[in-house]
Design a protein around this ligand. Structure first.
Ligand code: AMP
Length: 451
């Protein structure tokens, strides 16, 4: 198969080509070059592609083309022709934004639908004609129950990030939704991995699909420099704060395993004078949107997120990703580091690893088929914490409690000097770091990390 190297060669309608041109894309990405012709032909598609590959335009553009060139048989309010299901609110909003951007020169109408926000504006919006609905499964079923949504006109179904939807326990909701759709329709399924569960789902949903696959980010991410710092869980917050400030990082996405951990870390970093925000499922939609916007436009230096909340965040060319804890599913590591080193720009992925996480580290290195470099942090002496906390023999659940019992390091003298007043300041470059850290000063370097 020859790969089209321009959007025009893909045969997309002129209003779509104009919109693509306005975005500044010069050529289709590999997933776009493979997926767009298949979708235009009307067949089903099973695609292995992650966020960052351009997959959203890969399905949005040909869907817009089909809806544009094949007018609806009957147009009724609240009756979409295309349904795109996604796992998270963020991804839902981002996909719908893409629909708007690529469809801006067409009369096609789209709508976003997710939970955690007042349902009434959505009900009002559904009183108007609608072509493309981008939704999370739970809220969609609420609307079905309230009879505010009619799925009998769906011609195209997209399951985006289907692996995540399964991970998040949406399978029953998905099955209920499938039962409400017309039997004759086009189905597109996108997933980062083709696990047994995805294969099973695709067998139930797709008819004779064409399979396309683009390189996983771990194979593509030669530009991402990966490193590990061995430390103790109890030191991680101090250590990370130190690294970010000393290295002058200005945009860091940090992954924590728990929502509580995300909050605690964001609070600590804020206390240390960094502008940081946590983003997770317990936050209101408004807070999440605000944090993401702040992070994108540079007002927030550190975004602390759980895997689920971070899923689908469309942030280009992120320079730094940190695993505050390693994920226990090795594929999640690949997802996480796929946030950096995008679009040809170099990135760094740093993992802070406690003894108890060695088993996860081993599993990750096995998956990516290479060892991750061990790094030390120049100028970092966790002296107080180390002196007080007995080293835990057992890397078990009781370790954190024992460490918590250990008195914290003496209050740092500088705590008040970089308080909240300083929140929006950019992290200091090493040259401007405070001298009263109580830690050995380093000479000129712009990174605290040493291999
Ligand atoms: P996605 O994988 O859909 O989340 O897209 C990742 C990023 O790639 C988004 O910021 C898109 O705007 C961008 N993108 C999509 N298609 C192209 C393209 N053909 N050329 C350059 N960037 C693109």
């Amino acid at each position: 198969m020859t790969t089209p190297n321009s959007f025009a060669a893909l045969g997309l309608a002129e209003p779509l080509l104009r919109a693509v041109q306005e975005t500044g894309y010069s050529a289709p990405t590999p997933i776009q070059a493979q997926a767009i012709p298949q979708v235009l032909q009307g067949g089903d598609l099973l695609a292995a592609a992650q966020t960052g590959t351009g997959k959203t335009a890969g399905f949005t553009l040909p869907i817009l083309h089909r809806l544009l060139t094949q007018p609806a048989e009957s147009v009724r309010p609240g009756r979409p022709r295309c349904l795109i299901l996604t796992p998270t609110r963020e991804l839902t909003a981002q996909v719908e934004e893409s629909v708007r951007v690529y469809g801006k020169h067409t009369p096609l109408r789209s709508m976003v639908m997710f939970g955690g926000v007042n349902i009434n504006p959505q009900i009002t919006a559904l009183r108007k004609p609608l072509d493309i609905l981008v939704a999370t499964p739970g809220r969609l079923l609420d609307h079905v129950q309230q009879k505010t949504l009619d799925l009998s006109g769906v011609e195209i179904l997209v399951l985006d990030e289907a692996d995540r939807m399964l991970d998040m326990g949406f399978i029953r909701d998905i099955r209920r939704i499938l039962a409400l759709l017309p039997k004759r329709r086009q189905n597109l399924l996108f997933s980062a991995t083709f696990s047994d569960e995805i294969r099973e789902l695709s067998r139930g949903v797709l008819n004779n699909p064409v399979e396309v696959s683009v390189a996983r980010r771990n194979t593509a991410s030669e530009l991402v420099s990966q490193s590990v710092v061995m430390t103790e869980q109890a030191h991680k917050r101090d250590l990370l704060s130190f690294i970010i400030r000393e290295s002058g990082w200005y945009q860091v996405l940090v992954f924590t395993r728990t929502k509580h951990g995300a909050n605690r870390l964001a609070e600590k970093l804020t206390k240390d004078g960094l502008s940081a925000a946590a983003i997770h499922g317990n936050k209101s939609q408004a807070a999440r949107t605000r944090a993401l916007a702040g992070f994108k436009d540079g007002k927030i230096t550190v975004l602390v997120a759980t895997d689920i909340a971070a899923r689908g965040l469309d942030i280009d060319q992120l320079p730094n990703v940190v695993n505050f804890e390693l994920p226990n599913v090795p594929e999640d590591y690949v997802h996480r580091i796929g946030r950096t080193g995008r679009a040809g720009s170099p990135g760094s992925a740093l993992s802070l690893v406690d003894q108890s996480e060695i088993k996860y580290l081993n599993a990750i290195e096995k998956l990516i088929k290479k060892p991750i470099e061990r790094t030390t942090v120049e100028g970092w002496t966790p002296s107080m914490v180390q002196a007080e906390a007995p080293r835990e023999r057992q890397p078990s659940r009781q370790a954190p409690a024992a460490r918590r019992a250990a008195p914290r390091a003496k209050p740092k003298g500088e705590a008040g000097s970089h308080s909240r007043d300083n929140r929006d300041s950019r992290p200091r470059r090493s040259g401007s770091r405070r001298s009263n850290e109580g830690r050995p000063a380093r000479s000129t370097t712009d990174s605290a990390l040493r291999t």
